[in-house]
Design a protein around this ligand. Sequence first.
Ligand code: AMP
Length: 869
Amino acid sequence: APIHTYQVCKVMEQNQNNWLLTSWISNEGASRIFIELKFTLRDCNSLPGGLGTCKETFNMYYFESDDEDGRNIKENQYIKIDTIAADESFTELDLGDRVMKLNTEVRDVGPLTKKGFYLAFQDVGACIALVSVRVYYKKCPSVIHNLAHFPDTITGGDSSQLLEVSGVCINHSVTEEAPKMHCSAEGEWLVPIGKCLCKAGYEEKNNTCQVCRPGFFKASPHSPSCSKCPPHSYTLDEASTSCLCEEDYFRKESDPPTMACTRPPSAPRSAISNINETSVFLEWIPPADTGGRKDVSYYIACKKCSSHSGLCEACGSHVRYLPQQTDLKNTSVMMMDLLAHTNYTFEIEAVNGVSDQNPGARQFVSVNVTTNQAAPSPVSTVKKGKITKNSISLSWQEPDRPNGIILEYEIKYFEKDQETSYTIIKSKETTITADGLKPGSAYVFQIRARTAAGYGGFSQRFEFETSPLDKNTLLLWLFFGFFSFSRRCGYSKAKQDPEEEKMHFHNGHIKLPGVRTYVDPHTYEDPNQAVHEFAKEIEASCITIERVIGAGEFGEVCSGRLKLQGKREFPVAIKTLKVGYTEKQRRDFLGEASIMGQFDHPNIIHLEGVITKSKPVMIVTEYMENGSLDTFLKKNDGQFTVIQLVGMLRGIVSGMKYLSDMGYVHRDLAARNILINSNLVCKVSDFGLSRVLEDDPEAAYTTRGGKIPIRWTAPEAIAFRKFTSASDVWSYGIVMWEVMSYGERPYWEMTNQDVIKAVEEGYRLPSPMDCPAALYQLMLDCWQKDRNSRPKFDEIVSMLDKLIRNPSNLKTLVNASTSNLLVEHSPIGSSAYRSVGEWLEAIKMGRYTEIFMENGYSSMDAVAQVTLE
Ligand code: AMP
């Protein structure tokens, strides 16, 4: 301090060596200490005569020791810290002006290893006053950083050293990674690592962890702050880590605590059923209240109810559910294999993730249905009875699901590997004896049952063998037996049980003159058998493929050439089945050939044959140079005469008449499914089983689940799947419209729903431009709501023939409005007809005029009141 000034000024004397020592200074654990000196020093130049000996520096030393016994150590044991010079020295003048030129110098020493030290100052002949000596060390001050507390930390001994210091998490905080900081030699905290987080139930506020108040929670240290309890939950305590659900609300184990508590859903709504024989299709809409969850699914309970007692029992495991019975994600399900003529109650229950926590709250909607009649299920058990050289007796059990009273059984049998030649026996009993068989030969039997609902499927194949001949009878048999077996074709009723009826078939059918009907390949157990029944197998080597002309559902369609032995080569179309097909795809693909092969008509695409023995599997048909009719017409818009167009229509209807005579309903008649050749001959194509509609891009799903090309389909077929030749006639009317408008899209861009509605309300397509009135009238006739009022295909054939013979009848054109509006055609338009008789004439029902009059329907107003009853 200034008052206790230590000073020396022996500048005039030689060999000065004056020492000033401090007392022992504890270093308080520091290993690097700093010494700040404040002093004044006299400028030697300002001293008269002292120049030879005057010095302007002094030396500073230290000596380390653990205690105060260093008083008597020798001067040479001190370690020098530095020679200290003044930045500014003072002169005589300064003294006169009373100016103190104070110097400040700082030096540091370290690392120190003992508990304390002495400092020493050596003067060697300067004029110097030591005003103050400040000894200190540096530390990093205690701090809270990232919720961790770091204590006061004395810096390290080295000037560049960083000390690693661990922090301690403050109250209510936790850590995953221990927090650390580094204390620099300058006493600064550097490089923080890790952090603490307020534990669950606490949140960070002003560097502390504060408790979550009641009504709030924090589930994990990682959540930033306390949150309000989610809907339908609460907490009464402080420091909550989760909230409790209110009564009747629940949380699934996997639900996060931030999610609202939820409850089971309410019942599904508006369930409707659609019965098809022994299948029931149920559809409903989701519950009004999903309980606050997204994981709603449905469960179907099935009960069979007695119509007398009203008592119900569970349906049992024979019922099949599509896609499944439980955990249904969609709002529809199909139940199959129900019993025919039976009352069922289906309970559709909505279920979500918390339903099982409150079984009492389960809610469902019930649907009562009565199944229709259905064909019997296949016979499953067949046992052989007595077997002789020439006969095999069989017995079997009624099918598991007869679905009605069994009227008779049909037993089909043939000698093994001789399938094209088979015999059918009909029997009312569950036993038969097949006689007239070859000795020692294997026979294949199949049985099916018939009820009022028709035939069920055939049973699987059962194979039995007749007993072998003994040598004595062999010769005899060879002579006589041969005769009985050569009579394979025809009809025999000889020597039979009156309950039995026996028919022999060869290559498919008993030929009855003039009657040929289409055979559904589905009635064949083995689809390969069906295809070979109706289609020729062609050697792959006879085919040359030339180019790809189209894409079918099952693979590419190519053009190419077919060279059959002994015949000229000619062009063909080849449909291929792409590789990697499933068995069902192969069956459906060849199904078309099985159908096409049954037809033989100039306006039906002709099947040349199939290739099934090598890959790829192919269907070979006649080649139609101009491809599909709709594309062809669009490409040649306005290029044909009316007579040419009518010629095309004549061809199509002629093919359709043939199909309807065969009992085949096409279901997908549209210009895109008509092919046209270079002579402009149109032929009906695209035959299929159920798949016809599956592969048509125009086919849309209806509310009843079927896939239907709405724009081409008659209303009754859309509404209740009533597909008949009369619905094909409706489609034919649409094809007429497509042809006369050169491939315009029916109903343009109206949506399917709008089309259904408009047609239902009596609107019809307007006449195409420049369309003869007679043709448009024919279209309107085809679009009669009442399917029985539509013309038959043979009537259309003769109408078109008449028009072609008298083309003048095609001259009157419809006064077509150019707008694309649909036209209303009300059959009982209020003022369209003056009398009931005129109206009946107009709809070709003139013969009923009298009956109408007799029953009091004498005015159009009265007719308009007619109800369904
Ligand atoms: P499909 O799978 O029958 O609809 O055939 C697909 C496409 O192949 C058709 O739209 C036609 O363009 C073409 N196509 C099919 N069969 C024949 C054929 N017999 N002659 C010429 N082109 C055909």
